[in-house]
Ligand binder design. Structure first.
Ligand code: NAD
Length: 478
């Protein structure tokens, strides 16, 4: 039974939460990617539901703005409290729908990030900036809400990415209409249900529809800004469909992050960091390490150390506490990983582990795969695999690694691994990516701006810069 404290319900488990958010009649079956079992039935919202959600958001926006920053900060912190009070129920539902294990950098970690990002968005100071004050001219920059923000998300980190989008939008004084991925609607509906217990009606709305609803959202005149996280192809479609209404866009798109290992590293000491850089969320992460360039002097040792670490990471059904790697979320993604690994093995690349999936087994499990001695132009290197398969490319020089890292049209993250921080920073400055980590890969932080270079998108999320991206700069001159 759920219990009520200060009007926030605490659900004992995922089943109770599901009973409130899933379709009461009909709906679309959502199956567990690890077991094939029914998780629940998602409501099938259409464009008419979207119209209602946008109208509700527009009605709620002025009163929400009028509350002021301090009241909104307090409510975002209350929303974080509500998530923390329901953390286990949310993590179990997320694990079943998305497939990710409870433990490791997975479901519990993701739910924890939701409250952390809400609290960070509440904490930022946003004072008007005085840009000129010289006795003759006085000019300040203020940030005003745009109005209604449309947020469209992917299936890999459905709860956390929703919060990345909604937290700064709400803090700024916008209201929000969310459109979750059709693969993971239940996780987002549950999260929004929990948050909405503390927010005024109409401020945060969710429409669980498909691509047609996404398309309608991006061209609708009632939407002022789009926050989008997903593939580059969809991002390009959104640029086109939002053009007529001149919408503001923040686009976090696909990546194919490079890691560069310098010859001075201690391979055993960095192997676990490299592993999780690549295999976080079983590789289904935008800013995961997806191609590893290793200097020839330490190549064999890195291959060996990574294989040892990877061999100790159990993969299986997410609700079993021992597991830290899970299935691919859906069949389409499983097929992409399978075909890219096949292109590597067909080319004669060396399989250090994995690459031998059991296609008839239950669940979309693809074995943890490490591929060495691979041609830098192989499709497994050039294309985003978004799964548990890492190509390890031998390079003769750091110059060659930098050239290969920069040779693709994407640039979300990258990493440089070295015992010498200054040397690593010099290499980092030459990499075309939105973030370059040193001796780490993919560590995001709500205080630090994050965004892509090249076709990985534009605009930043997180930090004060990410908050400002949800506001219209307004100059008061005089
Ligand atoms: P996707 O682009 O297929 O779908 C994302 C969302 O867009 C879904 O909600 C979908 O319904 C919606 N959509 C589809 N077509 C649309 C259209 N024409 N107009 C509006 N909305 C539309 O992406 P995905 O497969 O869910 O996610 C995987 C991709 O996302 C990977 O490429 C990954 O790198 C990227 N990603 C990027 C980041 C980042 O921060 N840069 C984070 C996570 C994922």
């Amino acid at each position: 039974m759920s219990t009520e404290t200060n009007t926030v319900a605490t659900y004992a488990d995922a089943k109770e939460l599901l009973a409130v958010i899933q379709a009461q009649t009909g709906g679309r079956e959502i199956l567990d990617p690890a077991t094939g079992e029914l998780v629940g039935r998602a409501p099938e919202h259409g464009v008419a539901d979207l119209q209602k959600a946008i109208a509700a958001a527009r009605n709620a926006q002025r009163p929400w703005d009028a509350k002021g920053h301090d009241a909104r900060r307090a409510l975002l912190n209350k929303a974080a409290d509500a998530i923390e009070a329901n953390a286990e129920a949310l993590a179990h539902l997320l694990s079943r729908e998305q497939g990710k294990p409870l433990n490791g950098p997975n479901a519990r970690f993701e739910v924890g990030a939701c409250s952390a990002w809400l609290r960070a968005a509440a904490a930022f100071d946003l004072e008007p900036e005085v840009v000129v004050d010289d006795g003759e001219t006085y000019a300040e920059v203020h940030y005003r809400p745009f109005g209604v923000v449309g947020a469209i998300g992917p299936w890999n980190w459905p709860m956390m990415i929703s919060v990345w989008q909604l937290a700064p939008a709400l803090r700024m004084g916008n209201t929000v209409v969310m459109k979750p991925s059709e693969y993971t609607p239940l996780s987002v509906l549950a999260l929004i249900h929990v948050i909405n217990q503390v927010l005024p009606a109409g401020v945060l709305n969710v429409v669980a529809g498909g691509r047609d609803v996404g398309e309608a959202l991006t061209s609708h005149e009632g939407i002022d800004k789009i926050m989008f996280t997903g593939s580059t192809a969809t991002g390009q479609a959104i640029i086109r469909s939002s053009a007529d209404t001149v919408k503001r866009l923040t686009l976090e798109l696909g990546g194919n992050d490079a890691g560069i290992v310098l010859p001075d590293v201690d391979p055993k000491a960095i192997a676990e960091g490299l592993f999780w850089g690549a295999f976080i969320n079983t590789g289904q992460t935008c800013a995961a390490l997806k191609r590893l360039y290793v200097h020839q002097d330490v190549y064999e040792e890195i291959c060996q150390a990574l294989t040892e670490v990877a061999g100790n990471m159990p993969m299986g059904v997410g609700l079993e506490e021992a597991n830290v790697l899970g299935p691919l979320q859906n069949k389409a993604q499983y097929d992409i990983v399978d075909s890219l690994v096949r292109s590597a093995t067909d080319s004669g690349a060396r399989v250090l582990m994995g690459a031998n999936p059991q296609h008839d087994a239950t669940g979309y499990f693809y074995p943890t795969t490490l591929i060495a001695d691979i041609d830098p132009q192989n499709p497994l290197v050039l294309e985003e695999q978004f799964g548990p398969a890492l190509p390890i490319i031998k390079v003769e020089s750091i110059e060659q690694a930098i050239e290969l890292a920069n040779s693709l049209d994407v640039g979300l993250g990258a990493s440089v691994w070295s015992a010498d921080r200054d040397a690593a920073r010099k290499v980092a400055a030459r990499i075309e990516a939105g973030t370059v980590w040193i001796n780490n890969h993919g560590a995001v932080d709500p205080r630090i701006p994050f965004g892509g270079a090249k076709s990985s998108g534009y605009g930043v999320e997180f930090g004060v810069d990410g908050l400002k991206a949800l506001g219209q700069p307004q100059v008061i001159n005089g």
